[in-house]
Design a protein around this ligand. Structure first.
Ligand SMILES: [Mn+2]
Length: 315
């Protein structure tokens, strides 16, 4: 990835002028936005800057291994004179944090849908993760990457490539991963924390979802979880995160779908496409949702039911 000298100059000038930098992660934070946040924070703090990390939502317990001793604020302080939004495609993604702010904003992101809402926008949709962009930023700025920062950058890359399984896992991604590992990234910790921290209740729920799979004539691996399933397993909606990837591993399937009924009578659906010619964004849109060509979701009022196949009825 090529970052021009003028962008680096603008960026370093902005950092130099700033007295208090707020680094903002998007709502409902994921490993990429959090590891980008802390990697950038460590770099600025090493430069003696006053820095605060900000996220409107609390950090999920499962991701505290990324943020560690660093605390997050849930609002923007009036003393912050520069805001850096990481992995954030629009103002809306920070919830109301940025609504009326006139402060200087820098955007570092890799979403194709990015609204370029910063004064400086370092946005590259070809980058597999935001930490991928930060890796190249640090390289260009000749910043030494220590083992801790290497672990952070690898965390975002690992997550956003689906453990190096998604189609965005290209040669550059693997090259960066190799470099980060040689710089001391703790790959073992990342793998453990991301894949081996499931509760018994969560795994029981996954078991239900897997045993509920039906394979449709059009190549859909479809499963559903009813209110009863959640109750029997003493599990929550949060525990469904990750199941869809297992459903999508069904042999001979072209796409995967999971429908979940919650306590309030909503159906939450997720789709994954395995083939170029199956666009699940369209499917989700039809049901009032949205997302990408390969991964999408929706939420509507209704009920799910299983006969030969799973079906949904809108309320
Ligand atoms: Mn990302």
């Amino acid at each position: 990835m090529i970052i021009s000298d003028s962008v680096i100059k603008e960026l370093t000038n902005a950092f130099k002028k700033a007295k208090h930098v707020g680094i903002i992660s998007h709502k409902n934070p994921d490993p990429d936005t959090l590891s980008s946040n802390i990697a950038l924070r460590k770099f600025l703090e090493a430069d003696k800057k006053k820095v605060s990390s900000v996220c409107i939502d609390p950090i999920p317990e499962k991701l505290l291994f990324i943020t560690k001793k660093y605390d997050f604020k849930s609002s923007i302080d009036k003393n912050m004179d520069l805001l850096v939004c990481v992995d954030t495609s629009s103002r809306d993604q920070t919830h109301f944090l940025l609504k009326n702010t006139k402060k200087n904003i820098i955007v570092i992101d890799h979403h194709a849908s990015n609204e370029m809402f910063g004064k400086i926008n370092i946005v590259n949709p070809d980058a597999a993760s935001t930490t991928y962009i930060i890796y190249f930023l640090f390289k260009k700025m000749r910043i030494k990457i220590n083992p801790e920062t290497a672990t952070l950058l690898l965390t975002g890359l690992y997550y956003d490539t689906g453990n190096f399984m998604h189609s965005n896992t290209n040669a550059t991604v693997l090259m960066i991963a190799a470099d980060l590992q040689s710089k001391g990234a703790n790959r073992k910790q990342i793998v453990e924390m991301m894949n081996k921290t499931h509760s018994v209740n969560q795994l029981k729920l996954w078991g239900k979802a897997l045993s509920n799979i039906t394979l449709t004539k059009t190549g859909g691996a479809v499963s559903g979880l009813t209110k009863d399933d959640f109750q029997t397993c003493n599990a929550t909606q949060n525990d469904t995160k990750g199941i869809i990837d297992y459903i999508s591993s069904t042999k001979d399937s072209k796409y995967a779908a999971l429908f979940c009924n919650d306590d309030d009578g909503n159906i939450k659906g997720s789709f994954r496409s395995k083939e170029e010619n199956v666009d699940v964004a369209d499917l989700a849109k039809y049901l009032g949702g949205g997302g990408h060509k390969k991964a999408s979701g929706f939420s509507i009022k209704g009920k799910i039911k299983r006969d030969t196949y799973w079906s949904i009825t809108k309320n």
